[in-house]
Design a protein around this ligand. Structure first.
Ligand code: DGL
Length: 270
């Protein structure tokens, strides 16, 4: 059975990959981290489109992937429509900030969306907000620098930036006018949820998109008869950066030791 390709600008998509592997344990995945070209979120659409095209092309040419998961909000908003037009027979699943479930479950009607500047400035995000915000008060919090800090495992910068952006996302609470729900609109941010939570009351709800994307991928594969129906799943890690760093990051962020069926290998930049 052919693998499912998953990509992000770096390690952020590992938060989606974890959900995919839990939902689809028999599938083989190829995860591509475009680390040498990260971050995407502060660089503009043309750059993100070019990188997304190159990575998709490489995953298709080298692995003959049967589906592609764009595990990056920024790449989804900038490029998914182009990838779908270029590969009409390849099922492509993307993701966007989970505004709809946030609005549905918020009691105070005050929601903050933490995401990259690129995602929050996009026409796709504006359309999402127009469709689902309704009467909710939705605050956009662009988290410049946070992806870079996560990519470089810089604990001091991660702590500082999480404190700064949580201060911008609040005040939190269940009283009128207070934010009770935070949307993590960048796949890197669930990786530092523990650090974000340090600056919030325990009742604050964080919503990310890993599980719904995994369920959507299952539905798409099933509808096309492409679900792996048994056997051991597997994972190949690939990227445009240092393979040892990616391997270490995956072992760290996936919270599990390297396991059987997992092979990491270097690749040239896409
Ligand atoms: N993880 C990505 C996202 O969901 C992009 C981060 C970046 O490269 O800026 O938007």
């Amino acid at each position: 059975m052919l693998p499912v390709g998953v990509f992000d600008s770096g390690v952020g998509g590992l938060s989606v990959l974890a959900a995919l592997r839990a939902e689809l344990p028999h599938e083989r995945f190829v995860y591509f981290a475009d680390t040498a070209f990260a971050p995407y979120g502060e660089r503009g659409d043309a750059y993100v489109i070019e990188r997304s095209r190159k990575v998709a092309e490489q995953l298709i040419a080298e692995h003959g992937i049967k589906a592609l998961v764009v595990a990056c909000n920024t790449a989804t908003t900038a490029a998914i429509h182009l990838l779908r037009a270029e590969y009409p027979t390849l099922p492509i699943v993307g993701l966007e900030p989970a505004l709809k479930p946030a609005v549905a479950t918020s009691r105070t009607g005050h929601i903050s969306v933490m995401a990259t500047r690129g995602t929050l400035a996009s026409a796709k995000y504006a359309a999402l907000r127009d469709s689902f915000a309704g009467s909710a008060n939705v605050r956009a919090v662009p988290c410049d620098g946070l992806v870079k800090a996560i990519e470089s495992f810089d604990a001091t910068a991660i702590a500082e930036l999480c404190a700064r952006y949580m201060a911008e996302a609040g005040p939190f609470g269940n009283a009128p006018g207070e934010v009770d729900t935070v949307v993590l609109g960048c796949t890197h941010y669930p990786l530092v949820k523990g650090e974000l939570q340090r600056h919030a009351p325990s009742a604050l709800r964080f919503i990310d998109t890993g599980a719904p994307v995994a369920q959507q991928t299952r539905r798409v594969l099933a509808s096309l008869g492409r679900l792996a129906d048994g056997g051991e799943g597997g994972l190949v890690l690939q990227g445009s950066g240092d393979s040892a760093v990616l391997e270490a990051a995956a072992a760290h962020w996936l919270q599990q030791p390297q396991q059987q069926g997992m092979a990491a290998r270097a690749a040239t930049a896409a």
